[in-house]
Design a protein around this ligand. Structure first.
Ligand code: B12
Ligand code: SF4
Length: 441
């Protein structure tokens, strides 16, 4: 039988003529479908929008036919998110993440039924662990471009109506649309800095800076890093008594609960404290002190474990500003698999507090199979990384075998051993120690 005679082909050809995706689809139609499927707010932008350029290749890897991006926001219930009880707040986060994902799936199904090709992307934490960059679609820049809000000092998108209490999703559309949305013309962030005051690890900086490593280490303790550490502690334990000496009973229960019910976010207090947004701001406007006492102070006062990497800005913050909270020292669970990943990790892990008073240029010369030169300039809170070139006068020069350096980063090789066996060398003991303190392992 020829393809033209196949029953499927005959049935499809007997249907109406042109596939919808060859002509621009009504933007309003798609948005109405999205709202009917459960989105609280929606916006559409063209795939070629300049702000999306840094993630275009990653989006293509998810769905190669992407032509437009549909941004969706679903709002969370405010009061549960604000509860100092983590189980209550986490239920709200998890429930809304599921809702965003289910909404995106329903939109794709409804569009498909109308001949409009589309692919949803995940709302919650990404899982492409084998790639140097694990998140494929970055919802925040897409949501901002589509007019769903602006990023506040806490670096989450604040919706003009729902404030910080929204989670985001993106549906990748395989069609052009007839109208595009644009960013809103003001930032709903009030610059009140309550997010700065509430964060237990000091990850939110008053000038809008963000300490990724400290937030990730504490807030995401139940997610990636802790599991790796726990497995290693189990592997190292001689017997049950030894295991109990290494892992507090609360941690064992915590891990079991994460596996059974989903991991818990340890804080997200930056979202809880935020009074921005038309539906949220009322009580703050009528009595700011009451907002602080009722919403922010209970989070500050909470007696809880705070997970930090040793000798970091986060550890300083907890001991200085929150002495009633209990510091739990942990190791970072991240894996640095390549020099590109190391370069990327520098800006994520940079400890501004440790860099206070420093002003020097470092030349790094990586040798071996993947040889590379690079420059790292540290000037107080400012960090500049220039991969591929040695720039300026270097006070510190580090020469390292690439593989050995990566093994040190992953704590597979002790730094002292790497230096003793001349796999790593430098010209200045004091500056080398200062450099290493700025980027904790
Ligand atoms: C990586 C990530 C994190 C990281 C970094 C947070 C951040 N500020 O970006 C960590 C683990 C710390 C984190 C924490 C939280 N997150 Co988060 N997270 C993401 C994720 C996967 C990507 C973020 C992103 O787009 N970054 C890129 C750029 C554009 O954002 P940026 O702020 O300019 O970049 C900073 C970092 O992301 C980092 N970075 C840049 N590129 C890359 C690449 C990689 C691989 C990594 C690891 C980091 C990284 O460097 C920048 C400077 O610090 C998104 C989901 C998604 N797929 O989009 C959710 C998302 C941003 N998270 C969200 C939430 C709610 C949280 C938490 C409240 C935890 C929770 N309960 O869910 C906290 C809040 C912390 C905070 N104040 O930002 C929501 C925010 C919703 C909103 N209203 O904006 C998102 C959009 C998930 C969702 N579907 O709604 N998160
Ligand atoms: S808490 Fe205040 S400063 Fe922080 S994001 Fe919200 S409005 Fe902006």
């Amino acid at each position: 039988m020829s393809l033209d005679d196949h029953p499927t082909v005959r049935a499809v050809r007997a249907r109406s003529s042109q596939p919808v995706h060859d002509v621009p689809v009504s933007s309003e139609l798609i948005k109405e479908i999205a709202r009917n499927c459960g989105a609280d707010d929606v916006g559409i932008i063209e795939f070629e929008r300049a702000a999306i350029a840094p993630q275009r290749d990653f989006i293509r890897k998810v769905y190669g036919r992407t032509r437009s991006l549909l941004a969706i926001a679903c709002h969370m219930n405010r009061e549960p998110v604000r509860s100092p009880s983590r189980s209550v707040a986490n239920e709200e986060f998890h429930g809304t993440y599921d809702h965003v994902n289910e909404t995106a799936r329903a939109i794709v199904r409804a569009l498909d039924e109308r001949g409009i090709p589309a692919c949803n992307s995940v709302a919650a934490f990404p899982m492409e662990m084998d790639l140097p960059r694990i998140m494929m679609v970055q919802h925040k820049p897409i949501a901002v471009e589509a007019g769903l809000g602006r990023m506040g000092i806490h670096r989450s998108v604040i919706h003009p109506k729902f404030g910080s209490f929204v989670l985001l999703g993106t549906v990748l559309l395989g069609c052009e649309v007839d109208a595009h949305d644009h960013p809103i013309d003001y930032n709903p962030c009030l610059e009140c800095k309550l997010c700065v005051a509430a964060c237990p690890v000091g990850a939110i900086k008053p000038d809008g800076g963000f300490d990724f490593l400290s937030c990730h280490t504490h807030n995401y303790h139940d997610f990636l890093g802790n599991f790796t550490q726990w497995v290693e502690k189990v592997a190292d334990s001689k017997d049950a008594r030894d295991y109990r000496a290494r892992v507090p009973r609360t941690e064992t229960l915590n891990i079991w609960q994460s596996l059974s019910f989903k991991p818990g976010y340890k804080a997200a207090y930056c979202i809880s404290a935020c009074p921005a947004g038309e539906d949220v701001i009322g009580p703050f406007l009528s009595d700011r002190d009451a907002h602080f006492t009722e919403v922010v102070q209970p989070l500050i006062d909470k007696d809880e474990f705070v997970y930090v990497l040793p000798d970091t800005d986060a550890e300083d913050t907890v001991t200085r500003r929150f002495p009633h909270k209990k510091v739990q020292r942990v190791t970072s669970g991240r894996h640095t698999g390549s020099l590109q990943a190391y370069i990327f990790s520098l800006s994520l892990g940079f400890q501004r507090g440790r860099a206070r008073g420093l002003d020097f240029v470092t030349h790094l010369r990586f040798t071996g199979a993947s040889a590379l030169d690079m420059t790292v300039a540290i000037k107080g809170r400012d960090l500049q990384v220039v991969p591929g070139r040695l720039v300026g006068d270097a006070a510190l020069t580090i020469t390292a075998d690439t593989q050995a350096w990566l093994r040190v980063q992953n704590r597979d090789l002790d730094l002292a051993d790497a230096i003793a066996s001349e796999l790593v060398s430098h010209n200045d003991e004091k500056l080398f120690a200062a450099y290493m303190r700025c980027f904790p392992l």
